[in-house]
Design a binder for this molecule. Sequence first.
Ligand SMILES: [Zn+2]
Length: 374
Amino acid sequence: MRFEEIPGLLALKETLVLSHQRNHLAHAQLFSGQEGGAALPLAIAYATYLLCENKDATDACGSCPTCQKMAKHIHPDVHYFFPSAKPEKEDGKQQSRVNEVWRELIIEQPYAELGDLISVLDMENKQNQISKAEAKKIVQTVSMKSFEGGLKILIIWYPEKMNRAAANAILKVLEEPPENTLYLMVTYHYEDLLTTIISRLQLVTIPSFSEDEMMGYLVKNQGATAEDAIKAYRFSNGSLPNAVADLKEDNEDELHWFIDWMRNCIGAKYDFLSRMSEQFKQISRAKQQIKMRWALEMIRNAILVKGAEDLISSQGPERVFILKFSNAINFQGLELIYKDLSETLYYLERHAHPQMAQLALSIRLSNIIRTHRG
Ligand SMILES: [Zn+2]
């Protein structure tokens, strides 16, 4: 990953490069941004830049042996730590499988979220923490000599998932690192970190992509039209994978899915609702969130229609459904549905079990709809 591959954020990239050129490298840095944003890719690009044998004033070369190893995430002096349900006891085979899965995920989707790792490892029901055993490994890694004689970099993804024992275990090495050791922690929920950890780190705030930055990326890298790119940006909530998933999504499908869902809720058809939630688990997390945002937009429109029909811009079958739905349910009911949908979306973003969350929501919506007829 080179800086150039990450859309926009020019000022921040410059600051990172200057910290190296001016010899102002803070040995422990906390990259804080939103999920689906640039925090992890930037940490990787920064590590690549620092280690590149042939860097220029703005970026890594992308072709030296170091850059090649970094692209595959196999550089011996760059160590990745992340939450996973790795066994507490040493189990070499299982450990290397988890690491392999992680590498493949990040190569394919550098903007991945923890939820993506959870679904590829199929560990929804397990504790997704950075355990004390993992923290001990961090301490061991710090005490090792660097393989290539230069800088040693520890990239810690989701440090907020460290339990207290793990956090305490690394406090000392964080404070007194051996020379030539750099910690890059990548967090998405800054407020969940222990203050004792935060106080030892230099905060680097990673801004969300602007509309222009994301649109530029979608048009250039995904071949989107400007119109589709704007729509994808609107539904992305700042997450690049969400925007890309939205581009690939057919709106017709969303509409049919939503109509089916609401009909089954109205009819209290629990067997169908249960099947829908099984299918919901099968689709990618990005798509799950898009479906929920789409549903929210439909409900928002149904609420608007109560005030004035001409406020909504939807056309065709979408408009027809919104008008019917708005007529069938009273204002208070629509508001309750909107609130419940937003909350479920919030929990899905925070790695709730998709099948259970969606089914529980369906049952609640079914009740709301039947007790709030228009
Ligand atoms: Zn290079």
